[in-house]
Design a protein around this ligand. Structure first.
Ligand code: SF4
Ligand code: SF4
Length: 441
């Protein structure tokens, strides 16, 4: 019997490059000296520091308190002395107030880190409390505080939870390795999310280029009612929240609305794993799996890394640069952020460190649009990228709004296919920002 495969309209098929790292098991890497813990690693309000310079902190100790509902606390990932609380460059490209800790190399755990009850014995509100206190955020890169997703508006009933294991961005393999190596914990995390929301159905969406992960997760789902793997066709951006929902449930998130509106919550498989660890060990979100990869890295690896570890250390651990680096990206090549320094730290949303050598960076000399409509065919949001971009470049943001620029998910598919190398996603992102700014005023 052929398994049903789910997919969506539009999208592209970029080369995956996953073979560079997908065969390498996750290795643990411990930071050598300092970690830099930004007080804002999530969407929402930054944290307030709970420690001061010269304080001794332990692993898992809360060092930054969440400020408001849409926020998430931060914890120390090492034991050692706080040596600075100051603005530091972050992988977002901005300066962010950060707590710098000199590790003593002992990794002494805080006394408050204790296992919780088994999921079966926890009430929904207890699961939500554990998730909030553990500082868990969306680990696929979105960094939205998970606690907020577990508290939908009271008039919205959530019946479906989807774990996103698509990992559709080229090069990245952290989620793939996690699904292979920790399938039982991932499914426990899914069950905890379902219990917190009162949802009856859970899916783990995995692209069909990860058959080994599909097998492992299926095995882990077997003994539970209502949870199963949804096999997705390999296509970019299959992992986008709206597209994975449409592909699996047939439901559409209305423009400008959140998935809770249609009874669905989506979390990344890494987030589910973090929830399982928070319940099982009482462990806050102090580490994550990061793929260090690309043709510009000597030995690509998947590493379990303490939050706050500088990119530089991880690049050195992977044998350093191969040739002259052309670009270092936090995340994948389609939606990742180019870095100007490798002294920025790994944060909760860092899925990968991608190094592309100089000769792989195409020099972009945009040519005039030839109206070929390839960008239109590729757009998974049914937009007209050529027109939105053209109006954005003329600063006509009202026209961009008419063409639904705010629905752009910034997937970069249009730029990828454009034969004229037009700056499509960049100009549409600018238009989105202007429209949203105007709307807020
Ligand atoms: S317009 Fe936006 S959503 Fe459409 S392809 Fe371009 S980046 Fe993706
Ligand atoms: S793909 Fe590029 S050249 Fe073709 S219509 Fe779109 S913007 Fe114009």
């Amino acid at each position: 019997m052929k398994t049903r495969e789910y997919t969506f309209f539009g999208g592209i098929h970029p080369r995956s490059y996953k073979e560079l790292s997908n065969k390498y098991p996750i290795e643990e890497y411990l930071p050598k000296s300092q970690v830099i813990i930004p007080l804002q690693q999530h969407i929402g309000a930054p944290c307030t520091p709970l420690v001061k310079v010269n304080d001794y902190v332990k692993v898992g100790q809360k060092i930054g308190e969440a400020n408001g509902f849409v926020s998430a606390p931060v914890h120390s990932s090492v034991s050692g002395k706080v040596v600075a609380i100051e603005d530091r460059p972050s992988s977002s490209g901005k300066l962010v107030k950060s707590i710098v800790i000199e590790s003593d190399g002992e990794f002494n755990y805080d006394d408050n880190i204790k296992p919780n009850e088994d999921i079966n014995n926890l009430k929904p509100e207890e699961i939500r409390y554990i998730v909030r206190e553990a500082g868990i955020v969306g680990m696929g890169g979105a960094t939205f505080p998970t606690m907020v997703k577990l508290n939908p508006p009271s008039d919205k009933k959530i019946d479906i939870v989807i774990l996103n294991g698509a990992e559709c961005e080229p090069y990245l393999t952290a989620d793939h390795r996690l699904m292979l190596e920790k399938p039982v914990d991932i499914v426990h995390g899914l069950l905890a999310i379902m219990k917190a929301l009162g949802a009856s159905k859970g899916y783990v969406g995995i692209e069909d280029n990860k058959q080994d992960a599909i097998k492992e997760i299926r095995k882990a789902c077997k003994e539970y009612e209502g949870v199963e793997v949804a096999v997705l066709k390999t296509k970019y951006p299959q992992g986008s929240e709206k597209h994975i929902i449409k592909a699996i449930t047939g439901r559409e998130v209305p423009s400008g609305k959140i998935p809770a509106e249609i009874g669905v919550v989506v979390d990344n498989v890494g987030t589910a794993f973090a929830i399982a660890e928070a319940i099982k060990y009482g462990k806050p979100l102090i580490e994550r799996v990061v793929t260090v990869t690309g043709e510009g890295i000597m030995t690509p690896k998947n590493l379990r890394v303490k939050i706050g570890t500088p990119f530089r250390e991880l690049i050195e651990y992977c044998g350093g640069f191969k040739g002259t680096p052309g670009k270092v990206i936090s995340g994948g090549p389609m939606m990742g952020i180019a870095q100007y320094s490798i002294d920025v730290p790994v944060i909760k949303g860092t899925s990968g460190i991608l190094v592309l050598p100089e000769d792989m960076i195409a020099l972009k000399n945009p040519k005039p649009c030839i109206k070929c409509a390839r960008c239109v065919d590729a757009c998974p949001m049914n937009l007209l990228p050529l027109f939105i971009s053209a109006y954005s470049l003329k600063n006509d943001f009202d026209k961009c709004k008419e063409y639904h620029a705010v629905d752009c998910i910034e997937c970069g598919s249009c730029s990828y296919v454009c034969p004229s190398k037009r700056p499509l996603v960049e100009s549409i992102r600018l238009a989105k920002g202007e429209i949203l700014r105007k709307g807020r005023k």
